[in-house]
Design a protein around this ligand. Structure first.
Ligand code: KG4
Ligand code: ZN
Length: 344
């Protein structure tokens, strides 16, 4: 076993995925993930109490598995990072309690990480990673935000969704089209059979200035379109296709505006919806017109995972940050409230 001078255990439990990873000087050493998707599918969405209980069941076995995969033991660790928010409070507390107790028992520092900071730093885990400053488009089940990222911890909110998040709109439209849960990937797959020319959905808030979004109207548009037509298999696929196009196009228009407005040429796209192929090709085409470049996490790090939390925590612990003795879960937590780590 090699000596690890800085090695951080990362724990993610903010929603319906239990993620654990080890990140150190040599990069990502191991990661384990358990998705609760099957358990929640029966209910058509995440049931918070069931999520919390399952995190409690899975966390320690996943941590043990991660140690075994990386061939390390607790004495090799220099810190523990965990998601402190935003998220479901019970689910957050499952991860927080385990992380804080282990760190206390092992006599090493711990650090609470902002879930969206984890997402926006996830592309840093790739070999070809973006350099600061850049524009980040965060598109998940709970957030749609455009952020100017100057460095780790220096986040300026440029725009956000005034109602539904992009992932939420995908999930709700998928439900309407009887595609089950989780809706985003199911809708994307189903849309491949659709005719992109049959319906044209609006591009909300693109014909007025600003960088905010609104996606709840698209879900309503999908509903009225489905009511006006016979809802056979092809029509459902055509609606899915037009909906996906509208989301991808709207996000691309706003990203282009943000890049032009700031004069930056690097775009980072992260969060569950960044896995969407249609969105990626639309953003890549837009970036080409500006001589800009888009960076994405690898597919499995688009959605929730422990690696992004281990990475963000590693950066902050390395800079000398650690938790106070008080324990706090933050179900709501503006990203712009974060501070730059002192030593950076
Ligand atoms: O980042 P994430 O795993 O969890 C949150 O922090 O919310 O994002 C989950 C969201 C869900 O709304 C899911 O439907 C959406 O990301 N999503 C997708 C795709 N994969 C996941 N949406 C569209 N296309 C996809 N391929
Ligand atoms: Zn997430």
């Amino acid at each position: 076993m090699t000596q690890h001078s800085q090695l951080v255990l990362g724990i993610e439990s903010s929603c319906d995925e239990t993620g654990v990873a080890l990140y150190g000087e040599q990069g990502l050493l191991a990661e384990t993930l358990y998705s609760q998707v099957e358990m929640h599918a029966e209910y058509g969405g995440v049931v918070p109490e069931l999520a919390s209980r399952d995190h409690v069941r899975k966390l320690l076995p996943l941590i043990k598995q991660c140690f075994a995969n990386a061939d390390i033991s607790a004495k090799d660790l220099s810190g523990v990072a965990y998601t402190a928010g935003p998220g479901l409070v019970g689910a957050l507390f499952a991860g927080i309690s385990v992380a804080r107790s282990l760190a206390y028992g092992w006599n090493i520092p711990s650090i609470g990480v902002h879930h969206m900071e984890g997402h926006l730093l996830a592309p840093m885990l790739e070999e070809e990673s973006p350099s600061f400053p850049f524009i980040a488009l965060l598109v998940s089940g709970g957030h749609t935000q455009l952020i100017k990222v100057n460095q780790v911890g220096d986040y300026q909110l440029l725009g956000e969704s005034l109602d539904d998040a992009a992932g939420e709109a995908f999930d709700k439209t998928a439900k309407l089209l009887q595609l089950g849960y989780p809706g985003g990937p199911a809708l994307a797959k189903f849309a491949e059979q659709g005719d992109p020319k049959r319906f044209t959905f609006p591009r909300p808030m693109t014909n007025r200035p600003g960088l905010d979004f609104s996606f709840s109207g698209l879900k309503t548009f999908a509903l009225t379109t489905s009511q006006k037509n016979t809802l056979d298999q092809q029509t459902r696929a055509d609606i899915a296709c037009a909906f996906e196009d509208a989301v991808a196009d709207t996000l691309s228009i706003k990203c282009k505006r943000a890049l032009k407005q700031t004069g930056l040429s690097t775009l980072v796209v992260a969060g569950g919806v960044s896995a969407n192929k249609r969105l990626r090709s639309s953003l890549n085409a837009m970036c080409q017109t500006l001589n800009a470049r888009a960076f994405y996490p690898r597919h499995e790090f688009c959605t929730d995972n422990g690696a992004m939390i281990a990475y963000a925590g590693y950066q902050r612990l390395l800079a000398g940050e650690h938790d106070p003795l008080r324990i706090q879960a933050r179900p709501r937590w503006p990203l712009a409230d974060l501070k730059i780590p002192q030593a950076l």
